[in-house]
Design a protein around this ligand. Structure first.
Ligand code: RB5
Length: 144
């Protein structure tokens, strides 16, 4: 069976983190669909949030990672899409809770606000934590 594909995208404020997290994903055995940006030139974060939402639309790719400077703008833009539950996290606890309680399908990190080792930890927790369902499923249903 083919390895799971994880989509990843960033603006210039998250470019360096995207490159590092991409390597981490490959080390973990995932395939990576890199939707840009491809260098540190200034770009608009909504373009990359929308590209990642597009990549998750068909359901073939189920999980994604977004990074901008703070993580705020790119998560706001991603959450405009009904099929996206993008969670801006800052540590392993919020990475765990966004999976257990919110069934987040997109991890969002701030490249200028979160240390890289913490960001790698968040990635690992996000990818390895399941959704608890139950009462949390009812709440997810109310968002759809
Ligand atoms: C870009 O300078 C910066 O505004 C962006 O990366 C992000 O922090 C927006 O929320």
């Amino acid at each position: 069976m083919a390895n799971e594909v994880i989509a990843i995208a960033s603006d210039h404020g998250g470019y360096d983190y995207k490159e590092i997290l991409k390597s981490e994903l490959k080390k973990m055995g995932f395939e990576v669909n890199d939707l840009g940006c491809h260098d540190e030139s200034s770009v608009d974060y909504p373009d990359y949030a929308h590209a990642l939402a597009g990549a998750l639309k068909s359901g073939d790719i189920k999980r994604g990672v977004l990074v901008c400077g703070s993580g705020i703008g790119i998560s706001i833009a991603a959450n405009r899409h009904a099929h996206i539950r993008a969670a801006l996290v800052h540590d392993a606890l919020t990475a765990r809770l966004c999976r257990e309680h919110n069934d987040a399908n997109v991890l969002v990190l701030g490249g200028r606000t979160t240390g890289i080792e913490v960001a790698k930890d968040c990635l690992n927790v996000f990818l390895n934590t399941g959704f608890e369902g139950g009462r949390h499923q009812n709440r997810i249903n109310k968002m759809s």
